[in-house]
Each structure stands twice: as C-alpha cells, then as structure tokens.
Design a protein around this ligand. Structure first.
Ligand SMILES: *Cc1c(COP(=O)(O)O)cnc(C)c1O
Length: 388
C-alpha cells in the first residue's frame, strides 16, 4: 500500500520547533513578546501599518466586520466559492449575507457580476455595507476594479486572503490594503504558513486596528485616556465594549514568526510544482488553473476542472479513483449558498450558476511545499490512467 499524499500539509523545520520550545521554557505562554513580534513580521511583509493577530482567520473576519461597524440591518456580499467563514462573519454580527457569482476563468468574485448587482441594489436601496473578496487558491481578485466600485457605491472592503499570504497583486504584497480597508490571513496548517491555529487582520487604519485589538481581548482597556474616570490604581482596567477572547498564544506566534522566514521559499516551491502540473496536464481533458497577469498567486490550491462532457467518467469517478490510489484529492468548495443553513435563509440551486458549474467539475490536486516530484508524478500518472 502506497502512502497517502494529502492535498496540503504543513512543513515544520527544526528551527520552528526550537522557537516553540523556547516559549515553553519562558515565563509567558500567552501575551508575551511573540505576538507583537509575529505582528511586526506580518506588517513588514505586507507593508501595512497595523496587524492584529488572533486565534483564527474566522475570528479576524469577525473582528474586521465589527470594526467596520457591521450590525443588524446591514448586508455583506462575498463569493459563493469559499470556506463558510467568509460569509458566516456577517451573520455573527447580526447582518445578512448575499453572494456575487464567480468569474469562470479565475474562480474569484466576478467584477461584472458585482457591478450589475450593485446597480440593481442601488435601485432597490439595498446596497451592501461590506464586500468580502476572497483570493481563491491564492490569486488576488481584481482589487483595482473592486476599489473603483467601492468608491462609487460607498461600501467597505474586507479581503479574505486566507489563501494568499506571500501572493502579490500589481507588484505589491497581498495585505498592503492599498485597495481595501482590512485584509485577513489564516495560519491553519494547510495554508501557506501555519501557527497551528491562527489568523491576522492587517490594515492601514489606526482606528480599525485599535477597535480590533480592543475586541480581541474582552473589550477591556488599561489605557487611562480610554476610561471614563481616573484609574483606581495600577491594577485598574475598564471594559468599554463587548469583546471576546480571540487572543493568539505565544507558542502559536513563535511558530508563525519562525515560518515567516520561509514564506518566499514556500510560495516559490508551490510555483515550481504548479508549473510541473501545468505541463504534465496540458494534454489531458482538464482545465488547469488560469494565472492572471496582474497577480502572483500564493498557489494555496491547484484546482482542476474535469471535462467529463460525453465521457464515461464523471468528476466523482475521477475523485474516487484518485482517493483509491492514496491521493488525497479534495473539493474546494461546496458553494456556500447550497449548505442547508444557507438554503434555510432563502438560497437555492440555480442562484449562482458559474459557481455551481465550477463546483460540479472541480478537484483540488495535492500541492504543498514538501511534496516531492515522485509523489507528484504519482498524482499525474493516476489522473492519466483514469482520464484515458
Ligand atoms: C481557512 C479559511 C478561512 C478560515 O480560516 P481559519 O483560520 O481556519 O479560521 C476563512 N476563509 C477562507 C477562504 C479559508 O480558506
């Protein structure tokens, strides 16, 4: 039996392990020096002025929505081809969610569909307060056009860049927030770098960063200037908002900071492997991922579409065959609007046809920095066998 090749996995070095062990031997397991160090590494990479590290990207999306003032009666729009957290963050705030169909080539939110939907929403007086573009598979959305629409229609932009750390858009790092208010990254083990669990929100806006850091830790402040009375003494703090415990630990931050040293290496290895897939699959009946010239993708995923029209196999046959050969393929994503929870909120099959069409043919092939070429050739051979 050959070993299982997962679709993604972390790459942990001895240096990474040492960093975490040092924290374990230190005085601080949480709220020590490592969280601000990791935040500084992220700010410097992204060229953004502020970073607020938290215990997951889901928490970062929630804090981002709250900082942007989202609440009851407001609406968030996102892509249906994403992880559920991109949409759930709106519901956490009591707001509602709607979706914008994807572009058939990039699988990102379609700017044409967004523009049409905004024009309709303006007539119905139902414009969104926040739009959450998701940089699917690590490739940036068309942020320049989204910014133009944001200025015209007055919505805020919260980038879900969970897949895209180390990616670039128009030669600037994803996370620079040049076209957005806040950008969120995830450090779950399958993502580009990991802190075990973890996430961050980066922004250029001091007030947004301040609000997010306040809400990250119970809405509690120790800053006398933020209190409504003089402090009773050195022990004093005040709760001034309803916050959460979304803090990242120092073990997590030390791991994340150590992983940042290899970010470039991780992404270029992903490009090397993706380039090999591109070549090997070019003569098979599949659609390989399109690379937009404006973006340098972080290549979190390598999703292919199976062209099964008139063939005796379907996506499911191909998927099951690859899994039977120990190849841990996956599907990213089940369109969010088709989950029972969202159907119960009024969404139905047929609402977002490009997303649904993508979903019915998509398979994510294994792609991670420590994947070796022999493993990759095994994936290609298995695909060739089932498709021929
Ligand atoms: C992984 C992911 C998230 C959630 O990240 P967590 O850190 O696991 O909370 C959100 N959005 C997208 C697009 C993701 O891929």
């Amino acid at each position: 039996m050959q070993s299982l090749i997962p679709y993604g996995r972390q790459d942990i070095s001895e240096d990474d392990i040492q960093s975490v062990v040092e924290v374990l031997r230190s005085d601080w397991l949480t709220q020590g020096p490592w969280v601000p160090r990791f935040e500084r590494a992220l700010m410097s990479h992204c060229r953004a002025e502020y970073a607020v590290a938290v215990n997951s990207a889901t928490s970062a999306l929630h804090l981002g929505c709250l900082a942007l003032g989202l609440g009851e009666g407001d609406t968030v729009w996102t892509s249906p081809i994403t992880f559920v957290a991109s949409a759930n963050c709106a519901l956490f705030c009591g707001a509602s969610v709607d979706f914008v169909d994807i572009d058939a080539q990039t699988y990102n939110m379609s700017v044409d569909a967004l523009e049409r939907k905004l024009a309709e929403a303006e007539r119905a007086n139902k414009l969104p307060k926040v739009v959450v573009p998701v940089h699917f598979a690590g490739q940036s959305c068309d942020m320049r056009s989204i910014r133009t629409l944001a200025d015209r229609y007055g919505f805020r932009v919260l980038e879900d860049a969970s897949h895209a750390l180390g990616g670039e858009y128009l030669n600037a790092p994803v996370g620079s927030c040049y076209f957005s208010d806040i950008t969120v990254f995830s450090f779950h083990p399958v993502k580009i770098i990991t802190s075990g669990e973890g996430g961050v929100a980066v922004t250029k806006h001091k007030d947004l960063a301040h609000r997010m850091s306040l809400l990250r830790s119970h809405g509690i402040t120790r800053e006398p200037s933020e209190m409504n009375s003089l402090p009773d003494g050195d022990w004093y703090y005040q709760q001034v908002a309803l916050g959460f415990n979304y803090r990242m630990t120092d073990m997590q931050a030390a791991l994340g900071a150590s992983q940042m040293n290899r970010l470039k290496e991780f992404v270029s290895r992903r490009h090397e492997l993706a380039g090999r897939y591109d070549n090997a699959l070019s003569c098979l009946p599949v659609t390989i991922p399109y690379r937009h010239p404006d973006a340098y993708s972080a290549l979190h995923l390598y999703p292919i579409l199976i062209k099964s029209k008139g063939k005796k196999y379907s996506r499911k046959v191909v998927f099951d065959y690859l899994r039977s050969k120990g190849i841990g393929v996956n599907v990213h994503y089940i369109p969010v609007h088709l989950h029972p929870y969202y159907r119960a909120r009024g969404f139905a099959l047929g609402d977002f046809p490009q997303a649904e069409n993508y979903y019915s043919n998509a398979i994510s092939l294994p792609l991670f920095p420590s994947m070796d070429l022999v493993e990759q050739d095994r994936v290609v051979e298995a695909l060739r066998t089932v498709l021929e």
